[in-house]
Structures are given as C-alpha cells and as structure tokens.
Design a protein around this ligand. Structure first.
Ligand code: PPE
Length: 320
C-alpha cells in the first residue's frame, strides 16, 4: 500500500459561494460591507480523527445556529441547511483532513457604501485548517490562568449575544489583548450588571460542593454547543447541573472552573486574577467531564448521543 501523504496544516481549497477555490483565491474587496461594519455571522466546528475516519462534532446543530444567526442579522442566505451541511463535510474530504477546524462564514460583500446594505451580495464560505489546543499545549492538562476583564459583555438590547456575529468579536479582541498583555491566557467577561458571562470565545462552568453551575442565556452569553453537550454529560454522570447567575466573588469561592467551546474544547481554569481555583489544578468533576468528552469525540467510546457525523471517504467517483 502506498504511504498516504501527511495531512495538510491548512486546506488546499476553500468552499466559496458554492464552489471549491484554491486557498489563495478566496478573497474579498476592501470595500466589502463586512470589513467596515462587522456584518458577518460565522461558526466554528471541529472534525475529529476517530477509528472510523474523520467525524464532525454536532454538525447539524452548528449549521442550524449559523442559520439562526443569519436570520437575526437579517441576512438571506443563498444556501440552505443541507447545502451548508454538505459544504462542511466536503471541505474535510476534499482537503484530505483526518481532523480539522471548520469555519463557515456568511458576510455582506462589496456594493454600495454606507451602513444600509442596499446591493451588497451575501457571500458564504467554509474554510478549514488544522487547529491544535486553543489556549496552548498545556492548557487542557494543567489548566489556564485567567483574569476578569475590565471590558464588559454587551447589555441586552445592544448587540445580540446569542448569535455569532463578527462585529461582536471586536470587544472580545480588546479583552483578549488586555489579558495576554497582562500575562493571562484568557479573559472572563462580566455582563452589564457585573454577573459572570463567559470567556472571549468560551462558555464558563463552575463547581461548588459537587454541583455544576453555568450562567443562563440571559447573561449575554452565546448558547454554546459544547456547553449544552457538557451539561448532558454531567447529567449522564448524575451530576446536578444548574443554570444560574454567578458573581465575580463566586469565581474565587468555587472548587473548580472550566471553559467549554469548539476551539477550547474542555479547558480547566487553574487561577482567576492570580487566586488559585480549588487546589490550583483541574478538579475531579472537570476531569471526569473532560475525559468523557474526549473519549466520545475521538471515538474511543460509543457515541451514545449521536453527536458525530462521519465524513464519507473520498472515492474516484467524488466530483471535483
Ligand atoms: N462563547 C463565545 C463568545 C464563543 O465565541 C464561543 C465559540 C463559545 C462561547 C462556545 O460555543 P461553542 O463553540 O458552540 O461551544 N467560539 C468559537 C470561536 C473562537 C475563535 O477564537 O475564533 C469557537 O470555539 O469555535
């Protein structure tokens, strides 16, 4: 058998408005509406290497959230649910990835200038690349040191937090730059009333006396798909889960904290504002949920919730 080539670190092709184009060719004009006004909605999806081949985690849910984001942003998509689903699977297959990160994005392109999009086309792309541990190599094992940001999440009635809108990440970038400048791996953002919301690109969980807690959707958070999955895993293990308000001082009191997200997966937090969380290393509930999550996505145990979609193998009959 010939030795297969090493997997690429970034894709050769990007799906752009319905066709695969070479990576370098997936470009936009500087007067694109999205560049000036942040008018995009996007997704982040992981495809994992399993014994049965590459498998995408909760693909249907991610496509549905993209469509929800586009609806709220009042962007009419020229592609439907099934076309987007297939574009994601084909992006993995066409590029020969065993595992990768997928980034579908819908954005307003070049047309008239000004806030009001008049004749700006809606573009849709799916890019893929190899993305290792989001918060650093040791983060998953040892946990990360984080700070409470001086920036706040947008209040209700401003930018909708429940959709993944490009413009919202301008503030996330400020918070992330502040945190890294001060030597932290990540920032925790409070909502406008000072309650805990989430990380710049992750949801947050805390464990107090055996109970798993996470802010509810009313606290300017994204309804994370990993968040929902981890809540399900906790219930599977008989761990009590509650969605409730958390304050900054509760972060200093709880025994365990971890982040969840597509990019961050399940990452323990070992200190907040320089104060150790619990014993300053990942606690037992974090470990248990983390292990279960990675066992499922890597295909080491049965996919009991049917979260994985296998990527059909490429054959000669596969259209280019
Ligand atoms: N909150 C925010 C603000 C967020 O951006 C993400 C994902 C989550 C929560 C977790 O949601 P989910 O992926 O459905 O579990 N952040 C994406 C982008 C990260 C980036 O730096 O880009 C991601 O993890 O893909």
């Amino acid at each position: 058998m010939p030795i297969p080539p090493p997997p690429p670190s970034r894709a050769e092709y990007i799906w752009f408005d319905g066709d695969f184009v070479p990576w370098e060719a997936a470009q936009v004009h500087v007067l694109s509406h999205v560049l000036h006004y942040g008018s995009s909605v996007f997704e982040g999806i992981r495809c994992y290497r399993t014994p049965g081949g590459p498998a995408v985690f909760r693909l249907r849910e991610h496509v549905l959230r993209l469509l929800f984001s586009a609806k709220v942003a009042r962007m009419d998509l020229p592609f439907g649910e099934d076309a987007l689903f297939d574009a994601c699977l084909n992006s993995v297959r066409r590029n020969g990835f065993e595992s990768c990160y997928l980034r579908p994005i819908v954005f307003r392109g070049a047309g008239s200038m000004g806030v009001l999009p008049v004749d700006n086309p809606i573009h849709v792309a799916v890019a893929a690349w190899d993305w290792g541990a989001y918060l650093g190599k040791e983060a998953i094992e040892q946990g990360v040191d984080v700070m409470v940001s001086s920036w706040r999440k947008m209040p209700p009635g401003t930018l909708p937090a429940l959709i993944k809108m490009g413009g919202a990440y301008a503030m996330a970038t400020l918070a992330k730059l502040e945190a890294t400048r001060l030597g932290f791996s990540e920032a925790i953002l409070l909502d406008f009333e000072g309650r805990v919301a989430e990380g710049t690109g992750e949801n947050l969980f805390a464990v107090l006396d055996g109970k798993l807690m996470t802010p509810n959707l009313g606290h300017s958070i994204l309804g994370g798909i990993t968040r929902r999955s981890v809540m399900q895993l906790a219930r599977d293990h008989g761990i009590e889960v509650s969605e409730e308000p958390l304050t900054r001082d509760m972060l200093y009191m709880v025994q365990e904290i971890f982040f969840t997200g597509t990019a961050a997966e399940v990452t323990p937090v070992r200190s907040v504002d320089g104060l150790a969380v619990g014993k300053g290393k990942p606690g037992p509930i974090t470990r248990k949920l983390q292990a279960d999550f990675f066992d499922i996505v890597n295909g080491r145990v049965a996919d009991r919730h049917e979260w994985l979609t296998c990527v059909p193998a490429a054959t000669r009959a596969t259209p280019a």
